[in-house]
Design a protein around this ligand. Structure first.
Ligand code: 6PG
Length: 271
């Protein structure tokens, strides 16, 4: 009998331990340290990028924001720099704060400073959300049109990213799909302006149908502060409305949870 891989062991143990169904496509990898986590994530990006270019001639990736992916972006721009087909790689964002690109809160700024400004990617391959537009809905609509043009998809169709990177908030949000917010109900748009009452601001975010159309969605989660939310998302039957990360289930794609041991510290199965 073929021995189960570590991830498969983790996966089935989680299922068994909690009798809770995690979608078959979900793979959970627990890395010991944050450094190992980011190295594994960089390997995944490089592997997916080269496979996409070999198969489809280009690689489309949506970057996540927040603080966690910064170390991954730095690694891609340094150690992995020569392993990526930058000229055939196209960069988008799965969400953005409603701020100009120069703002310290800007997800674009973080990715630009840690990676994009340091690699040989043509400027035309980088598709930033124009979040400086005071009208968040107009910014969301403009980005949707840019996506439809890039992927050549009509209204009602959802393009397939090769890879969508995602984070997990302590409240279970991902991208800018926060618990109880309107964009969670959006089944028709690719991108939505989403008012987040607790932050008293709008965010511009990919919708669930776009996230779930991806060929691969990969969560990158580090730190003990994420452990309770991770347990809730992966090991309980709490409604997705309360923990939106739970609703990321690619229909015809893979789902990867890349975790460090600290983040996985409340999972029933941890290495
Ligand atoms: C954002 C993100 C958001 C992020 C989580 C985790 O714009 O904030 O896209 O979804 O991934 O909030 O953030 P940290 O990585 O900072 O913990």
């Amino acid at each position: 009998m073929v021995p189960l891989s570590f991830a498969q062991r983790t996966q089935s143990a989680l299922k068994k331990a909690n009798g809770f169904q995690v979608s078959n496509a979900a793979e959970i990898r627990i890395l010991t340290t944050p450094q190992e986590l980011f190295a594994a994530a960089a390997e995944e990006v490089v592997r997916t990028a080269n496979e996409a270019v070999a198969t489809r001639g280009r690689f489309s990736i949506a970057l996540s924001g927040g603080s966690t992916p910064k170390s991954l972006y730095t690694l891609l721009a340094t150690n992995a720099r020569s392993s990526l087909p930058w000229d055939r790689s196209f960069f988008f964002w799965s969400d953005e704060r409603h701020v100009p690109p120069t703002d310290p809160e800007s997800n674009y700024r973080m990715a630009d400073e840690s990676m994009l400004s340091k690699i040989p990617v043509p400027a035309g391959n980088v598709f930033r959300i124009a979040a400086e537009n005071p009208d968040a809905a107009a910014a969301a609509n403009a980005y949707e049109q840019a996506l439809r043009k890039f992927f050549a998809v009509e209204a009602g169709q959802f393009p397939r990213f090769d890879l969508i990177l995602l984070g997990l908030g302590p409240d279970g949000h991902t991208a800018s799909l926060f618990p109880g917010t309107a964009a969670l109900q959006d089944k028709t748009h690719l991108v939505a302006a989403n008012w987040v009452e607790k932050l008293k601001t709008s965010r511009i975010t990919f919708t669930l149908p776009l996230l779930n159309a991806a060929r691969c969605a990969a969560f990158l989660v580090s730190g003990t502060d994420k452990a309770p939310a991770l347990h809730a998302v992966l090991e309980t039957d709490v409604p997705g409305e309360q923990y939106p990360s739970k609703l990321v289930q690619p229909a015809d794609g893979s789902l990867i949870w890349l975790l460090d041991r600290a983040a996985a510290s409340e999972l029933a199965t941890r290495s």
